[in-house]
Design a protein around this ligand. Structure first.
Ligand code: TRP
Length: 348
């Protein structure tokens, strides 16, 4: 039995309110609105969300307030990026009837819980957070990190605990944030009484997939293949992918470790990947042929996705309705949790 489940049964702990009347573990997952999603987003998160929607009760949130921590100067991009991302969620197989999808800023309770949690964490604890530190370094914010940015994981804790989630499916980079969530849940429960489960991370199988150049796949590094890319675009991008630089001719033996094309075969080409790796090592497989094969496989695997995406683009009202419905269900849970929180904190 997980810790979270034990905590729920603790005296005074309000049991969670199942959406569909069944006691499945609850999952809250979120993404910042980055627009169209790439293979890294898919393998690192979305694929997992789709798989989990039958065994658990999932809520999927667009973290638009989190986006402001770094993009407060580009607010006009948030709405179109939200739409593009939610279309990708639905096209990838998120069923909005089963799993509410909603926008963080539409459920104001996130802000209230964030404020209350902000009293329970020290600034030095937040300054030690390696994920925020890394971001500060990457964006050269050493002398200008905002109060809100430092509180990024506190807002994330509010997201997760507002729904009393038991599991948080994220990539490795998010583990430090969830650790702060766990600390906040324990601290709150200790101070005011058992309200929150202590959630656990559920790491995905492929937390990080390389980009075309071998670095982390990322929109800002311009090295990504998008779920929505056409077969032509996929083929052109795969041709530029980084391979073993010592393999100069088609029949030179190569080293698939570190080869981006091989990493994608492993992620998308199932059992064939082993053979491809062996053929590469033996000098039986040239990179150009290998890339062409990969591009065809990727394009084929993504075809149903592209078709569903086109369908949703033609019917924007379906996306709006999914968000409206999700928001309503999310708000109901959030309001109930905040009622308990205020009562526990004697803030009637
Ligand atoms: N920090 C997450 C990311 O950058 C997004 C996020 C916000 C999130 N709130 C969350 C993820 C709650 C899981 C749970 O990807």
């Amino acid at each position: 039995m997980s810790k979270g489940v034990q905590q729920r049964a603790a005296p005074g702990g309000a049991p969670y309110t199942p959406i569909q009347g069944k006691k499945k573990p609850r999952i809250l997952s979120g993404m910042r609105p980055t627009g169209k999603l790439h293979l890294g987003n898919y393998l690192g998160a979305l694929q997992n969300w789709v798989v989990l929607q039958d065994s658990s009760e999932n809520l999927h949130m667009v973290a638009d307030w989190h986006a402001l921590t770094t993009d407060y100067e580009h607010v006009e991009e948030i709405a179109p990026k939200t739409t593009d991302m939610v279309i990708d969620w639905l096209a990838a197989g998120i069923d909005p009837e089963k799993s509410p999808v909603f926008i963080q800023s539409h459920v104001k309770e996130h802000a209230e819980l964030h404020l209350l949690f902000s009293m329970l964490v020290t600034t030095s604890r937040l300054e030690r957070n390696p994920t925020v530190k890394e971001q500060v370094r990457d964006l050269h914010l050493e002398d200008s990190v905002s109060y809100g940015h430092l509180g990024y994981p506190v807002l994330q804790a509010a997201d997760i605990l507002l729904y009393k989630a038991n599991l948080v499916p994220v990539g490795e980079d998010q583990v430090p944030h969830v650790e702060i969530t766990r600390e906040l849940a324990r601290k709150f429960n200790h101070l005011y009484g058992e309200v929150f489960p202590v959630p656990e991370v559920r790491l995905t199988k492929f937390p990080r997939v390389p980009g075309l150049d071998g670095r982390r796949m990322s929109k800002s590094l311009d090295n990504a293949i998008y779920l929505s890319d056409s077969p032509e675009v996929i083929a052109a991008k795969v041709m530029t992918a980084y391979t073993d630089p010592k393999k100069l001719r088609a029949n030179d033996p190569g080293n698939p470790d570190g080869c981006v094309v091989f990493a994608y075969h492993r992620a998308f080409n199932g059992e064939n990947a082993e053979q491809i790796g062996a053929d590469c090592r033996a000098g039986r497989l040239g990179c150009v042929v290998n890339k062409r094969n990969l591009a065809a496989i990727l394009a084929e695997q993504l075809r149903p996705f592209r078709e569903r995406r086109r369908e949703l683009e033609a019917h924007p009202e379906r996306v709006r309705e999914a968000l409206r419905m999700g928001e309503e269900r999310a708000r109901k849970i959030a309001q109930e949790t905040m009622r308990e929180v205020r009562e526990a904190m004697k803030l009637p």
